[in-house]
Unconditional design. Structure first.
Length: 421
C-alpha cells in the first residue's frame, strides 16, 4: 500500500470536494462497501457533471444508484438483487470479468483505471494502525495505486488480519461514519439442498481444502462436514457456516500445503456474530483476489475442492451462471478462477451443485443447450463433478455422449425425456 498519503481526518465536504468531476470511483464490495459515504456523495450530486462508479458484489443498494444519469453511472462486475431493478438502465453497465482480475481491471494501466477508491476501515489505534476489515480482495492493491483514497472509519468494522492491515497513512482522507455492516443471512436449508449435500459428501474426504459459494447448497454441504478431519479453507469468502467447522476442529488448515493454521479468503460476509468472531482472530486472514483466486495460490494447495452452483448446465458440461429469463442476474465472479484452479491443484476437484429444476419444477436446470443470449460461464472442459438431488456424476474424461447420458440421469425425471435424442 502507498504509505505517504496524508491520513487526514476531515469533514465530509472536504473529502467529497476532492473527488474529481467526471472521475471514476472504485467502490469496495460486500460487507466492506461504504454505504454511508456513498449516501453523502449522493446528497452532493449537484457538484458533479458526471461521476462513474465501479463495483462488484453488493449486499445493499447504494444511494447513487437511485440517480443514474443524474449525474451518476454505475458499472458492476457482479450484479445482485440489490440493483436488479435497474439492470436495464442505460447508465448501468455490466462488465464480464473474473474476480481475480478485479484489481487489474481498475489499476492505473487497466481499461477502467480509477481516480478514487472508497472503502470502509476499522477504527485506528493510538499508533494509527487499522484494517480494511471484512472486505479486502478487490481493492487492497488499489490503495497503493489510486490517485485518491477515502476511508470511511466505522467503529462497527472488525479488525481482520492479513493483507488488509493498514495505517492511516495509506489513506488521503478519513471520514467518520458509524453504520451497521451489511449482513448476509444464512440460507434456509431445505430437503433438496440436504439431498444434494449427501451426494456431494463422498467427494470431500478428510484432508480436503474447501472453497464454496453463496446459497443453501454450499451451506448444507458445510453443515454435513462436522465429522471430517484435517480440512482447510481457501477461497473467496468466509461465512457463518465456516465458524462451526473451525470451532469443532474439522477445519484446522494444517494440511493445505500453504498458509498453515489459517483460513484464507478475500471477503467475509455473514451476520454480526460472524463479524465479531473474526475481530482480531489469528485463525483468519484476508488476502487480495489475485492470491485467493489466482492460479499461483491455488496450484500450491493440496486436495483443493471447489464447490459452486450454477443457473443451468448444458449436456456437454458447460455452465451458465449469469443469465436467466432473458437477462443477466450475476457475473462470472470467482467461478472461472476456482474451476480452473481445482483442475490444476494436486488432487483437486471441481463440484457443480444445483437443484434439478427452477420455477417450481417447471424448468429443467439441465438443458440440451443454452438459450439465446446466455453466456458460457464455464467451458465444458472444466466440468468435473455435477450434483443434483438425484445424484452426482463425474464428467471429467467422459465423451460428449457419455456426458449427456450422465447428466440426463440426474435431471428431474419429468424433464429427462426432453433431453434425450
Amino acid at each position: 500500500m502507498k504509505s505517504d498519503r496524508e491520513g487526514k481526518f476531515v469533514e465530509m465536504d472536504e473529502a467529497i470536494d476532492a473527488i474529481p468531476d467526471r472521475g471514476r470511483v472504485y467502490v469496495a464490495q460486500g460487507s466492506g462497501c461504504p454505504f454511508g459515504l456513498l449516501a453523502e456523495i449522493d446528497t452532493r450530486r449537484d457538484r458533479f457533471e458526471s461521476l462513474e462508479f465501479v463495483s462488484a458484489f453488493l449486499l445493499q443498494r447504494p444511494a447513487p444508484v437511485d440517480h443514474l444519469g443524474q449525474p451518476f453511472r454505475w458499472l458492476t462486475l457482479q450484479p445482485t438483487g440489490a440493483i436488479r431493478d435497474v439492470l436495464d438502465h442505460p447508465d448501468l453497465g455490466i462488465i464480464p470479468g473474473r474476480y481475480s482480475d478485479l484489481d487489474g481491471i481498475c489499476a492505473p494501466e487497466g481499461p477502467l483505471a480509477v481516480d478514487v477508491v472508497v472503502c470502509q476501515v476499522s477504527t485506528p489505534d493510538a499508533a494509527g494502525k487499522c484494517s480494511l476489515g471484512t472486505g479486502v480482495g478487490g481493492h487492497v492493491s488499489l490503495l497503493a495505486q489510486a490517485p485518491l483514497v477515502i476511508g470511511q472509519v466505522n467503529r462497527n468494522m472488525p479488525y481482520v488480519h492479513g493483507q488488509g492491515e493498514c495505517r492511516i497513512e495509506n489513506f488521503d482522507f478519513l471520514v467518520e461514519i458509524d453504520e451497521a455492516l451489511s449482513e448476509l443471512q444464512p440460507a434456509s436449508i431445505d430437503p433438496i439442498s440436504e439431498a444434494i449435500a449427501q451426494h456431494i459428501s463422498p467427494f470431500i474426504p478428510d484432508g480436503s481444502t474447501l472453497q464454496f459459494g453463496i446459497g443453501a447448497v454450499p451451506d448444507a454441504v458445510l453443515s454435513s462436514l462436522r465429522d471430517r478431519e484435517r480440512l482447510g479453507l481457501h477461497g473467496g469468502m468466509i461465512n457463518d457456516a465456516c465458524v462451526e467447522l473451525i470451532e469443532c476442529g474439522a477445519i484446522d488448515n494444517l494440511h493445505k500445503g500453504c498458509d498453515d493454521g489459517v483460513s484464507v479468503a478475500a471477503e467475509i460476509m455473514g451476520t454480526r456474530q460472524l463479524y465479531d468472531w473474526v475481530d482480531h482472530n489469528p485463525r483468519v486472514r484476508l488476502a487480495r483476489g489475485a492470491y485467493t483466486h489466482g492460479i499461483l495460490g491455488m496450484a500450491a494447495i493440496q486436495n483443493f475442492v471447489a464447490l459452486q452452483s450454477t443457473v443451468e448446465m448444458a449436456l456437454d458440461g458447460s455452465a451458465n451462471s449469469e443469465f436467466i429469463s432473458g437477462r443477466f442476474i450475476s457475473g462470472p465472479g470467482g467461478a472461472p478462477d476456482f474451476a480452473f484452479g481445482a483442475s490444476i491443484a494436486t488432487g483437486g476437484r471441481s463440484i457443480m451443485a444445483m437443484p434439478s429444476t427452477a420455477a417450481n419444477g417447471a424448468v429443467s436446470r439441465i438443458v440440451r443447450r443454452f438459450g439465446e443470449g446466455a453466456p458460457t460461464t464455464l467451458s465444458s472442459y472444466l466440468a468435473d463433478v455435477v450434483a443434483t438431488e438425484y445424484g452426482a456424476v463425474e464428467l471429467r474424461g467422459k465423451t460428449l455422449r457419455e456426458r449427456a447420458e450422465l447428466l440426463t440421469s440426474i435431471a428431474h425425471p419429468e424433464h429427462r425425456a426432453s433431453l434425450v435424442d
